[in-house]
Design a protein around this ligand. Structure first.
Ligand SMILES: [Zn+2]
Ligand SMILES: [Zn+2]
Length: 255
């Protein structure tokens, strides 16, 4: 072990003695502070399995293989090329994201980002991704919050994937919160709400980062803004996405 590593390990042991580590979700005692969650909470995280829609990354239980596009993406092809997320936005994953976003639990954010990096490495063509771009909050919201979740996650993703962090997007108008709107209301609410600056130094695609993908309206509007200034392909990674009620095999087709 190097001197730096042994000092860090000693520091961690001392910190663990002074502040006994506990699971950030259920509070159970942990033997070390390296992982933020206990084994039970980690196992309870609802992971998105295979097969999934090739465009939006939605899990499609019962589909006949992994090369399918869901009905929603067939009806309204998204402006992004492909999206992925490690978790379904439910149960323990929803709790973890809330604790990160609204209680400022940075260690949960770092853990979510590590899971997002693994999902991106498995699902996305990383050689086409030249920069990591956060979905921007409106500046008023940014001032009101202690933490800007997409910026935090995008910085962590940029480090994990060894790509530059480039905030190319901004909100050009205020939008109501998406949570109270139905799917068509969500699309109208964010249509034209984002502007992108072009980057002459950027030759290739980008990875757009947000915390949760619900209907996909926000990341879609962001991807469109990036395309409008000639940036493509656009890939998306979020910590979680909302499961839909799409039934197995319903309206699926091979791409
Ligand atoms: Zn726990
Ligand atoms: Zn889809």
């Amino acid at each position: 072990m190097s001197v730096a590593a042994s000092v860090m390990s000693y520091g961690r042991t001392l910190a663990d003695l002074l502040y006994p580590p506990a699971c950030l979700l259920c509070g159970v005692h942990l033997n070390s502070s390296i992982a933020p969650l206990c084994d039970v909470c980690e196992a309870a995280m609802p992971r998105i399995g295979l097969p999934r829609c090739e465009r939006c990354g939605m899990e499609l239980p019962g589909a006949y293989d992994a090369h399918v596009i869901c009905t929603a993406c067939q009806r309204h092809p998204p402006s992004f090329d492909q999206a992925c997320a490690p978790f379904a936005y439910a149960e323990a994953a929803r709790e973890a994201i809330h604790a990160f976003k609204y209680q400022g639990r940075h260690r949960l954010g770092s853990w979510l980002a590590a899971s997002m990096a693994q999902a991106a490495q498995r699902a996305l063509p990383l050689d086409q991704i030249k920069a990591v771009v956060p979905v921007p909050l409106h500046w008023v919201k940014r001032r009101l919050r202690r933490l800007d979740p997409p910026v935090f996650l995008a910085h962590a993703m940029a480090r994990a994937l060894e790509r530059p962090y480039v905030p190319l997007l901004r909100r050009i108008r205020w939008t109501a919160t998406q949570t109270t709107l139905n799917p068509s209301g969500r699309i109208r609410n964010v249509e034209g709400a984002f502007g992108a600056r072009s980057s002459r130094r950027l030759s290739g695609g980008v990875l757009l980062v947000d915390d949760v993908m619900t209907s996909g309206a926000t990341v879609n509007a962001c991807a469109q803004a990036l395309r409008d200034v000639g940036i493509q392909p656009v890939y998306v990674v979020t910590a979680a996405r909302t499961p839909t009620n799409q039934k197995a095999g319903e309206g699926l087709r091979r791409p």
